[in-house]
Design a binder for this molecule. Structure first.
Ligand code: RIB
Length: 321
């Protein structure tokens, strides 16, 4: 067992409510409810594993019923997981609201995720991995240490800066090869990095920019590869020597966009392995995985399986291999 993908990150038990419109402060509304496995790190690991690329995961839970569910779920999904179980802490939970436009609002209680340590990563995972995937849903120091370890082992490191947090420090970027923010996270990072010139920079500013200017902005962060996910517009890729946009798949029935970013990250990591590091093909593959995931309700359970991805690729004449 030598998984080329190593995800270091969060597991949450998702408590998801769907409703026509989000409630206003002080309002009670009637909706529907489902619960299941989630957490950005775990969702990314499941998305990658469902594409049939061996995937390892390192995460932390409490000693509770949600922890047992997490362990069983990863076993069923074939994710090679190492769980740190903290008896004094609760497994992380997420309250998710989804409206009838497929938009979401999420609150996470980190619980045991905040106790995850880079020392929880088994040496054999580090020796086997080609790519390490991280997010910001665990304690940030551990994430930085994990990225450092990844670099020391010659692993390509990816950071999905989600959820963006007030305690985010740009110094973590020193250890990152591939940065994958969404538009909101990108805006936050630009404001942090270049506050004087970009105080008024917002999500609306992104489509108004020429691609060359967006590329120049990405280049200010010193990260070799920058990928901004743009929802239905696909993603923008900026590397040291080129930039391009990869369109999203269209003509889909969007039901729930929760976890779409995770689907992209897991699919993209898998694509990098499958296509020998070809960024454009990996991004196309990530877009396809994300596009299929939003046609179903839920997070990890909505990730598409390899057979479905293959048949969509043939149907759409996407000759990735
Ligand atoms: O990205 C979606 C995920 O964010 C959900 O599964 C929820 O757990 C939160 O972490």
């Amino acid at each position: 067992m030598t998984p080329p993908i190593l995800v270091f990150g969060s597991y949450m038990h998702d408590l998801s409510f769907s409703m026509r419109d989000f409630p206003k402060p002080g309002q009670t509304i009637i909706g529907d409810f489902k619960s299941g496995p989630g957490g950005k790190g775990s969702n990314q690991a499941v998305a990658a594993a469902r594409t049939s690329v061996h995937t390892a995961f390192v995460g932390a839970t409490g000693e509770d019923a949600f922890a047992d569910l997490a362990k069983n779920f990863h076993q069923e999904e074939g994710v090679h997981s190492k769980w740190a179980r903290r008896e004094d802490l609760a497994t992380g939970t997420a309250a998710i609201f989804v409206n009838d436009k497929g938009e979401n609002e999420i609150v996470v209680a980190l619980g045991a995720n905040n106790s995850l340590s880079s020392n929880d990563i088994p040496e054999e995972f580090l020796s086997a991995a080609d790519i390490m995937v991280t997010q910001l849903e665990c304690n940030l120091d551990a994430t930085e240490q994990a990225l450092k370890k990844g670099k020391a082992h010659g692993i390509t490191t990816l950071l999905n800066p989600a959820p963006m947090r007030d305690d985010f420090q740009a110094s973590i970027l020193e250890w990152v090869d591939i940065l994958v923010p969404n538009e909101t996270e990108f805006v936050h990072m630009v404001q942090l990095r270049v506050p004087e010139s970009h105080a008024s920079f917002s999500e609306e500013s992104i489509p108004a920019l020429e691609e060359t200017d967006l590329h120049d902005l990405c280049r200010q962060f010193g990260v070799p590869t920058f990928i901004i996910t743009l929802g239905s517009q696909g993603c923008f890729v900026s590397t040291q020597d080129r930039y391009f946009t990869v369109p999203a798949i269209t003509d889909i029935n969007v039901l729930d966009t929760t976890g779409a970013g995770d689907a992209f990250v897991g699919g993209f990591a898998s694509g990098l392995i499958q296509f020998g590091g070809d960024l454009e093909k990996a991004a196309q593959y990530g877009n396809l995985v994300a596009g299929l995931s939003v046609t179903r309700f839920g997070t990890a359970p909505s990730m598409p399986k390899e057979s479905e991805i293959q048949s969509e690729m043939s149907r759409r004449d996407l000759l990735l291999k």
